[in-house]
Design a protein. Structure first.
Length: 461
């Protein structure tokens, strides 16, 4: 028996990706600035709603369980819409993946976007790939210390801006910014800011490709959405092989177009060689396409040795965009988006809820009439104060009274849900014994305030 032990742990090998300009790099810069611009600026967009409602265009008002999205207000009883929205986003991701592979990972995922930004900062302070590698190898000096300190400070500032922007979605952004600046923000606000600053700093500054390779569950199951027609980034082996290290020295036969320069490997943020075939580590950032296209240009060879293609196309067959899988994901996506849009478009301005008192089931009054008590809850979902009229239908010779409320009637402020006690009495000698079905009707005196109905029962001896 051998005494030797083997470790399954492999230390992270630091990757120093080269910077590569090109067509896809321009697209990625554009997407990066667009997404970061949206993320950082949206909390500061103002949106007048009136009626004392918040004037922040996008606000997740957790204490009141309301979500404001420009003119759309999602109320607590519509919280299921957020669940549907999350499912919609997941189906959207499936649809995008079946059509264009991991295009989300390469261009839109926050891990990719922030890592790209952190890499740009790293290049700014520490220079090109070779300079960065040399700097890490050499001993500490004042110059090295200043470069490293500048980089980490800039990373922490980006992390703080990222964490801060996130918190601004949950409170009035300008007010909270002022509180951060004068130090009066709440413990929860400070904790979230510091937590997100540090996670951004660690994930984008250090963990980088490890998140995509080992932590992201999507990287593991996205293969299930792939088929032979899915758009992937691939090396055209037929055209590239046999590789040649120096094209000019080769004289026999038709040379392969890959000159084995390694440019596609040096730019890869996950440190893989696209020429080894499809690998789950590939986030389809297309950096290797830009790198190889630049090499092909210099060699006066056609571009596209590494390109967006499909496995079917590489086998000499045309790529089919419309396939059952894409159609099914697309149809589910459309149905869900349509359902959410319809729900929001037909959003009721008022919600009525009625709870009948069970103890006692009914009261026999001194004049012989029978009385039932109810708690009526009215939610005003408009941006103005509303006054409502309540009636009960389905009961002969009945009289409805609203108990004296603190605001003098069925008056509800915008966004408020108020309970009212209601007495419904039926005159002596009227009606049938046992439970009687009745319908409560609530109507706002202002037509924009809307109306609602609630089915209930009236109990008799
Ligand atoms: S960049 Fe192109 S030519 Fe150079 S090694 Fe990669 S595939 Fe071959
Ligand atoms: S193989 Fe190419 S597309 Fe895939 S991660 Fe590396 S550079 Fe990006």
């Amino acid at each position: 028996m051998s005494n030797s032990t083997a470790t399954l742990y492999a230390a992270q090998v630091k990757i120093y990706p080269s910077y590569q300009s090109g067509f896809f790099r321009k697209i990625r810069w554009s997407v990066l600035f667009f997404l970061l611009g949206i993320y950082y600026l949206i909390p500061f967009i103002r949106w007048e709603r009136g009626g004392g409602l918040p004037n922040q265009a996008v606000l997740f008002d957790l204490p009141n369980r309301k979500f404001y999205l420009f003119d759309i207000v999602v109320w607590p009883q519509e919280i299921f819409l957020l669940t549907f929205l999350l499912i919609l986003m997941a189906v959207g991701l499936f649809f995008m993946t079946s059509l264009a592979g991991r295009v989300f990972c390469g261009y839109m995922c926050f891990q990719t976007v922030w890592t790209d930004l952190f890499l740009a900062v790293e290049r700014l302070f520490e220079g090109s790939r070779n300079r960065r590698m040399k700097l890490d190898r050499e001993g500490w000096s004042l110059g090295k210390g200043l470069r490293k300190a500048g980089k980490h400070l800039a990373w922490l500032m980006i992390g703080a801006a990222t964490g801060g922007a996130f918190v601004f979605y949950f409170a009035d952004a300008p007010t909270l910014l002022g509180r951060y600046l004068d130090g009066s923000a709440s413990f929860a606000a400070w904790f979230t800011l510091i937590f997100l600053t540090l996670t951004t700093y660690v994930m984008a500054g250090f963990a980088r490709e490890q998140v995509c390779i080992y932590m992201c569950p999507y990287a593991r199951f996205q293969g299930a959405m792939f088929d032979q027609d899915t758009l992937v980034i691939a090396y055209d082996e037929q055209r590239g092989e046999p590789r040649q290290a120096n094209r000019r020295q080769r004289s026999d036969g038709v040379p392969g177009h890959c000159i084995d320069c390694g440019a596609c490997v040096r730019v890869c943020p996950t440190g893989i060689d696209i020429r080894d075939g499809q690998q789950y580590q590939c986030i389809t950032c297309a950096a290797c396409i830009d790198a190889c296209d630049a090499v092909m240009d210099r060699m006066k060879l056609p571009r596209g040795l590494v390109r967006y293609t499909s496995l079917r196309e590489l086998a000499g067959l045309p790529t089919r965009l419309l396939r059952p899988r894409v159609a099914v994901y697309g149809a589910i996506l459309l149905l869900m988006a349509g359902g959410i849009a319809w729900n929001l478009a037909t959003q009721a301005p008022v919600d009525l809820n009625v709870l009948r008192a069970r103890k006692p089931l009914y009261i026999t009054r001194s004049d012989g009439s029978i009385q039932n008590n109810y708690t009526v809850r009215v939610l005003n979902m408009t941006s103005r104060p509303q006054h409502y009229a309540l009636t009960a239908e389905g009961l002969d010779h009945a009289h409805l009274t609203v108990a004296a409320s603190s605001n003098g009637g069925l008056n509800v402020e915008p966004g408020e849900a108020l309970p009212f006690t209601v007495y419904l009495a039926q005159a002596a000698g009227s009606g049938q014994p046992g439970p009687q079905p009745i319908t409560f009707h609530l109507r706002a005196t202002d037509p924009a305030g809307g109306s609602d109905v609630y089915q209930s029962v009236f109990m008799r001896p």
